[in-house]
Design a protein around this ligand. Structure first.
Ligand SMILES: [Zn+2]
Length: 356
């Protein structure tokens, strides 16, 4: 299976790079980056590898079929285009609940998974309130975030901040509700805030307002401290112009564990825009370094296909045998491998697209 996948990738890469105009990169160079990504991915990060390294991965490609529409995960072709206004925001009915509903799970002492089977939201509980990370589609706000919190005995009135990794509907449609109902302050990358504020009022989930206490994060990043917890927010543009990633501590049976959160993944819309590829690759290096500096041993994302959150969340509930760790812990080396997959696949794809 793995060998077959590799052969398909190799032959496709060869076919593509001979078809590009200008002076295409040598197939061996592309293959070398794909091989490096494949080695780093192993079985652990297979979804990330498949979606980022395979030609056609990304918008419309990769693994399709996520409720709510794949297009919602990666819209917005050109840099500067407003992905928020390209169709994903139109209110749409919730898909058949049998295809997406997942129970909520406490995954660390102070971190709770509130996702659907495809997309994740997280609640980080601190000594001074709750931080919600990403908010999923509007139709998931009540059943997954609010009802999920209730099931886990978390009070939504304690939500102090919502941090959005980026302004795409599959991660941000719930935010306006959390802001207007509970007074949560909203944190977003500056350019994504600007895009969000241009949305029409009838956008799915509504449009959050930017007022006092809401935060626009720029290239310098931001450290959010709430009670006993500090989230180191890293500006990692690429997937969108204002994508954010994070490093923060959680407790596992009392022991501090550092988490790296990868805010945006797909690259399928970059085409031949070298600057955009370079920005994305640079961002991966930056978050990888921050994760390394903090000793992060957990990698989280907002899609279960990248971090297996849905599977891991359920495994947390299973009795841990002696010597077994929390299923979310992949080790510091594992976290670095994840970002190696991101960087190497992007580098291969940039060459394949003959980006200039
Ligand atoms: Zn996205």
């Amino acid at each position: 299976m793995r060998i077959r996948a590799f052969l398909i990738i190799s032959s496709a890469a060869v076919a593509l790079c001979t078809g590009a105009g200008g002076q295409p990169a040598a197939p061996s160079e592309i293959d070398a980056h794909i091989a490096a990504a494949k080695a780093a991915a192993g079985l652990e990060f297979r979804g990330t590898f498949m979606n980022l390294c395979l030609p056609g991965g990304g918008p419309g490609g990769g693994r399709a079929g996520a409720p709510g529409g794949r297009g919602a995960a990666a819209p917005g072709a050109a840099r500067g285009a407003n992905p928020a206004l390209t169709g994903l925001l139109a209110p749409r009915p919730a898909p058949d609940r049998a295809t997406w509903y997942a129970s909520p799970y406490k995954v660390f002492d102070n971190l709770y998974w509130l996702g659907t089977r495809q997309h994740s939201s997280w609640a980080l509980k601190t000594s001074a309130g709750i931080i919600i990370i990403d908010t999923n589609f509007a139709w998931a706000t009540q059943p997954e975030i609010l009802d999920g919190m209730k099931k886990l005995k978390l009070d939504p009135k304690q939500i102090k901040y919502v941090i959005l990794s980026h302004a795409h509907g599959d991660h941000d449609q719930g935010v306006a509700t959390l802001q207007s109902k509970y007074g949560a302050k909203v944190i977003m990358g500056g350019p994504d805030w600007e895009d969000t504020l241009k949305r029409p009022a009838e956008a799915a989930g509504g449009v959050p307002k930017r007022g006092p206490g809401d935060i626009s994060v720029g290239p310098e990043g931001y450290k959010l401290t709430l009670g006993d917890t500090t989230v180191n927010i890293i500006f990692t543009p690429g997937h969108t112009v204002g994508t954010l990633s994070y490093v923060f501590p959680v407790k596992d049976k009392g022991k501090t564990v550092m988490v790296a959160y990868s805010g945006g993944t797909l690259t399928g819309a970059f085409g031949s825009n070298a600057a955009r590829w370079d920005e994305y690759i640079d961002s991966q290096k930056r978050i990888a370094q921050a994760a390394k500096d903090a000793g992060a041993s957990v990698i989280l994302s907002n899609h279960s296909e990248y971090d297996n959150a849905y599977t891991r969340a359920r495994l947390v509930a299973v009795k841990r045998e002696a010597g077994e760790e929390n299923p979310f812990i992949v080790g510091a080396d594992g976290v670095q491998k994840y970002f190696t997959v991101m960087e190497e696949c992007a580098t291969a794809s940039k060459l394949r697209n003959n980006a200039k």
